[in-house]
Design a protein around this ligand. Structure first.
Ligand code: GDP
Ligand code: IMO
Ligand code: MG
Length: 439
């Protein structure tokens, strides 16, 4: 059976959780490849809303195996709360949940350093991180001083590694700011005790995934964040610290690029961003404006931090850029219903910088902030789409809008979402997604 990647195509929160839950019906395994508790993936089934941060969004299908890959970073305190609440909701994990022994662990001093960095950066330098310790943990990984899940098994060796971290640059930066990095013995004891609770799920996940693929099982790869937050391809330095694009799944899971058969990009029907950094189509039209209308209708507040998301029009240049990096087989257009009450909808179809048209995202933020978006205006549909279940049931103006987005992205629209619930989805029968995976 073919494999498929689900990738965020904008600045995160596109609705990846909903799509992974929906598509996982046709897959044997769902595997997360990067990020950590900065992610907030929402799945709504029969009106009940679930927010996931570490656990893959295939968890609600009890015949699907779920894998947290080596490319992720895990906050075990938060992950255990998440696991406990899933178990309390009657979801069984045993025998189908696998955590990579090579994933990195966010120890408390790393999340404190994230918060401290944000505090000292000041208004203009602040990235607006989720303060979950993501950046410092990936920094420690790259500096070869990180702590991995497998390192938690030996309490004595773990204490030594944490002592090194407390004595090294991480501890120094906290101490310079007047903070106590914590007692290495206590940090190690807590992490070791948490390890004992997850031990039965810890595995060599690259070995398992490759064995399962050899047996003919199909994998759905779940991305976190989005292409425009990618460490290399996003609006650096206003990015997250991992490779969010489709290519990141190979390193983040130990899966050859030759085994990735299909790539799906998840987009909102408009744009949102949480945190700082350039957003060319942002609506800055005040409390009575369209930006606020979209925020209210789309409930655009972060799943992880509750922060209001910045809202704007669909950015066709950024979308084509995302398609260039990921080469989507198809796009999912989410939250279409949020635009139901608008008379007119604008779409960005070009960028101008210093009077010249540009096709790509400028690498320097000060340039990206000066981009002048070129807009096209399309008619709205002024109709409730939330009960549409087929392409034909969508109003003609909505179909025309989706066709325009498809042309701007450069990929077919495979899925349209008209509400948060699993049922409020349209998988287009003629799409390559439907053909390949039997929807
Ligand atoms: P993710 O991080 O990409 O998984 O996205 P989030 O879960 O952070 O944010 C997407 C939000 O939109 C969640 O609150 C979803 O429940 C909601 N959502 C997803 N699809 C739709 C849709 O088609 N319509 C509406 N109104 N809400 C949706
Ligand atoms: P999901 O998976 C939206 C943003 C933060 C900040 C930047 C860096 O739910 O789509 P970090 O804590 O990662 O160092 O923050 O990235 N960010 C997200 N924005 N959705 C996410 O995840 C995000 N994860 C991080 O707001 O701007
Ligand atoms: Mg989210």
């Amino acid at each position: 059976m073919p494999n498929c990647a689900v990738v965020g195509a904008q600045w995160g929160d596109e609705g990846k959780g909903k799509i992974v839950d929906l598509l996982s019906e046709r897959f044997d395994v769902v595997a997360r490849y990067q990020g950590g508790p900065n992610a907030g993936h929402t799945v709504t089934i029969a009106g009940k809303r679930h927010a996931l941060h570490h656990v893959p969004s295939g968890v609600f299908r009890d015949n699907v195996r779920i894998v947290i890959g080596n490319g992720t970073v895990l906050d075990l305190t938060k992950m255990l709360v998440e696991i406990d609440s899933l178990v309390a909701a009657g979801i069984s994990l045993d025998g189908r949940f696998f955590i990579s022994e090579r994933a990195h662990v966010i120890v408390p001093l790393l999340s404190r350093l994230d918060a401290l960095n944000e505090q000292v950066a000041g208004e203009s330098g602040r990235i607006g991180t989720t303060q979950r310790g993501i950046g410092p943990t990936y920094e420690a990984k790259a500096a070869r001083s990180g702590i991995r899940v497998a390192d938690l098994a030996d309490a004595t060796a773990l204490r030594e590694r944490i002592q090194k971290m407390v004595d090294g640059p991480v501890g120094s930066r906290l101490r310079e700011a007047g903070e106590d990095p914590g007692d290495p013995g206590a940090i190690a004891a807590q992490a070791h005790a948490q390890y004992r609770r997850i031990e039965r799920w810890v595995a060599d996940t690259a070995l398992l995934l490759n064995d399962w693929m050899d047996e003919g099982r199909s994998i759905l790869f779940e991305g976190a964040q989005g292409t425009l937050l990618d460490l290399d391809h996003g609006s650096y330095p206003f990015v997250t610290s991992s490779t969010t694009v489709a290519g990141g799944l190979c390193g983040g899971l130990g899966v050859s690029p030759r085994r990735v058969d299909h790539v799906i990009g998840v987009f909102k029907a408009y744009a949102t961003r949480v945190g700082s950094g350039p957003m060319p189509t942002e609506l800055l039209d005040g409390p009575e404006g369209l930006g606020e209308t979209i925020r209210r209708r789309g409930r655009e507040y972060g799943t992880t931090t509750g922060r209001p998301r910045r809202c704007g029009w669909f950015d066709g240049v950024a979308a084509a850029y995302a398609n260039r990096i990921n080469r989507f087989d198809g796009a999912c257009i989410m939250l279409l219903d949020v635009l139901d009450s608008l008379d007119e909808i604008r779409v960005c179809v070009g960028y101008r910088l210093d009077g010249a048209a540009i096709r790509s995202m400028p690498p320097v933020v000060s340039d990206a902030k000066r981009i002048e978006p070129v807009f096209e205006t399309l008619p709205g549909w002024n109709t409730d789409t939330t009960s549409a279940r087929t392409w034909e049931e969508l109003p003609p103006q909505a179909r025309a809008y989706l066709d325009r987005l498809s042309a701007l992205i450069g990929a077919e629209v495979s899925v349209v979402s008209v509400g948060p619930d699993r049922a409020q989805s349209i998988i287009r029968p003629g799409s390559s997604l439907a053909g390949r995976f039997g929807f």
